[in-house]
Design a protein around this ligand. Structure first.
Ligand SMILES: C[S@@+](CC[C@H](N)C(=O)[O-])C[C@H]1O[C@@H](n2cnc3c(N)ncnc32)[C@H](O)[C@@H]1O
Length: 282
């Protein structure tokens, strides 16, 4: 089914174009509409709230938070095609008298119906410098699949060209793959930075934007061209931006209207740069 058909069925989007549909909706409501109409997507790529007091969060107890995220993951399971995947970016949260920074995957990983294929460590170089404990420099991405016999994994699309001995040979044949090495389960990708003279080019006014390079690796590695990707917590629209750049469709739910506007402006800017590029080529 085409994205436009899906868009008509889900309801009035905040914004849509050929590749992207943004809904100003609580994702539970959006996902229920999809279930009611038997609409399915190939993959979900998302970074939910971590329940750490950010301005876009509704404070929950740890148990309530885990229940909420596992309920949403159940709905996602229902709208995922049989060969689809769920890429869930998670950080840390505090548990009073127990943990200052507990990795959220410890709480949630087995409350999700999908099959946990792998945990990816996202390692970023810069961040806060701490005095009383180690400076945090990683978050996780849980890579879940629905069907362990059949799932999308495009290794060649995400190979790392930084090979130590590219010309090393065995029996006259190159040892290393000429496209590069497996990027491993530790991904070194810079965070989106803020601040005078150091702000990333892609930085928007959203307080928790994830980097396009991180999403790009997930999009290329775990989805195919013309797949439909869902981001139930769209924020500033990073997933939609990267999907569109790579000829994938994206449906995004975002509860906050101001963030829907940021995501829409970002997509419109991309539309403009694509139009300019094709005019130059013509
Ligand atoms: C961690 S941010 C996502 C940031 C996003 N990955 C980006 O690159 O900008 C989580 C987002 O989820 C949104 N959100 C929170 N609860 C929601 C809900 N129930 N339904 C839809 N969006 C929600 C918040 O407003 C926030 O923008």
């Amino acid at each position: 089914m085409s994205l436009q058909k899906i868009v008509e069925i889900i309801g009035e989007p905040f914004f849509s174009n050929e590749f992207v549909a943004i809904y100003n909706l609580d994702c539970k409501e959006g996902l229920q509409r999809m279930i009611d109409h038997k609409l399915k997507v190939n993959s979900t790529i998302t970074s939910p709230p971590y329940n750490i007091g950010k301005e876009y969060e509704r404070p929950l107890t740890v148990n309530q938070y885990v229940d909420w995220l596992s309920q949403i993951s159940d709905l996602l399971y229902q709208i995922t095609k049989n060969n689809g995947s769920y890429l869930l970016n998670l950080g840390y949260l505090k548990i009073e008298n127990q943990a200052r920074a507990l990795p959220i995957p410890y709480l949630i990983w087995d409350r999700i119906k999908f099959y946990l294929q792998q945990e990816i460590v996202w390692n970023y170089g810069a961040g806060v410098a701490c005095k009383n404990y180690l400076s945090p420099r990683n978050e996780k991405i849980l890579w879940y699949v629905k069907n362990i016999e059949e799932y999308t994994f495009n290794l060649d699309a995400i190979r790392d060209p930084d090979v130590k001995y590219p010309n090393s040979k065995k029996n006259g044949k190159l040892r290393a793959n000429t496209l590069g090495k497996n990027p491993s389960d530790v991904w070194q990708i810079a965070k989106v930075t803020t601040g005078a003279n150091r702000s990333s080019e892609e930085r928007t006014d959203h307080p928790a934007q994830f980097p396009e390079d991180l999403v790009q690796r997930m999009v290329l590695g775990f989805t195919n061209e013309l797949d439909i990707i869902l981001d139930p917590f769209l924020g500033s629209g990073t997933t939609a931006t990267v999907a569109m750049k790579n000829k994938r469709y994206c449906i995004g739910f975002e509860i906050n209207k101001d963030y829907c506007k940021i995501a829409t402006d970002r997509i419109k800017e991309l539309e403009l740069s694509i139009a300019v590029k094709s005019a130059i080529l013509f």
